[in-house]
Design a protein around this ligand. Structure first.
Ligand code: ZN
Length: 265
């Protein structure tokens, strides 16, 4: 699947850069839009960025956006915007108000996050919807000048909003799993690999037990005297590389030493 994503208007501070309220449309369309692109790519979708940052006029900006969209054989074109004018919630414009499945899913996903569902509306008069060759939609995420919308938007965070839009565009993740199933699977794999790491460490300890070659500070203090005695009495002999004692051998030395003491007393 090839999807064109457009982050709304030009960058903040330029001609026709979009609505400004408690938040700024131009900045937020980019915050959300680029996350939507990442999310889609993670699902194996080919993404064409149809964002134009700078143009001398609104008409130039709109034309550039549509030219980018129409230069590729897109399956879907999505323009991301934020609303203003004091309403509440999310709405999606399509050509003739067509109930595109992806548009419906975006509305549903946004409603699940707590936004008012304003539904799918006729966007035939919108340049990017009208001129795009591919099925097109323009998403108005929420209202930049409505405090409850902005509060909810901020509380949820850009990631969550982007995921709602991304999962609306492409509900399946790579391999035919839903995003939720994919994330659950990822968590399970991470948990299992942690357990495998722990087991590997245990096996490594068994295969490579601690070896004490010298009677020094590395050797546990409870064994030093006994080992020294065993060496002094020729009970154990080291090789050129040291004594080569593991924990069990330390205990054996201690036992012999105690036994010897018992017999000599
Ligand atoms: Zn806009």
């Amino acid at each position: 699947m090839i999807v064109g994503i457009n982050c709304g208007h030009t960058v903040s501070g330029t001609v026709g850069s979009g609505a400004v309220g408690f938040i700024n449309e131009s900045d937020e369309t980019r915050n959300v839009g680029y996350k939507v692109m990442d999310c889609l790519r993670s699902k194996g979708v080919t993404v064409i960025d149809c964002t134009d940052d700078r143009s001398a006029s609104v008409s130039e900006n709109l034309k550039k956006i549509v030219d980018m969209a129409n230069s590729k054989p897109l399956d879907l074109f999505v323009s991301i915007h934020f609303n203003s004018g004091g309403g509440k919630g999310c709405e999606v414009f399509t050509y003739g108000g067509k109930k595109l499945e992806a548009a419906q899913r975006i509305c549903d996903n946004m409603a699940k996050l707590g936004f008012v569902n304003r539904g799918i509306k006729d966007g035939s008069n919108l340049y990017v919807v009208r001129k795009s060759n591919a099925p097109a939609m323009l998403v108005e995420v929420c209202f930049v000048d409505t405090k409850t919308d902005v509060d909810l938007y901020k509380k949820l965070g850009v990631e969550e909003i982007a995921r709602a839009i991304c999962n609306g565009i492409e509900p399946q993740s790579e391999g035919g799993l839903t995003m939720e199933q994919y994330e659950e699977l990822k968590r399970m794999i991470e948990k299992e690999s942690e357990r495998i790491d722990v087991l590997n460490q245990e096996v490594s300890k068994l295969e490579n037990p601690m070896i004490y070659n010298y009677i020094d500070d590395n050797m546990p203090s409870w064994a030093r005297e006994a080992v020294q005695w065993c060496v002094d009495n020729g009970i154990i002999k080291g090789t050129g590389e040291g004594l080569g004692l593991d924990n069990t051998k330390l205990w054996t030395c201690v036992t012999i030493y105690r036994l010897a003491k018992l017999l000599t007393n």
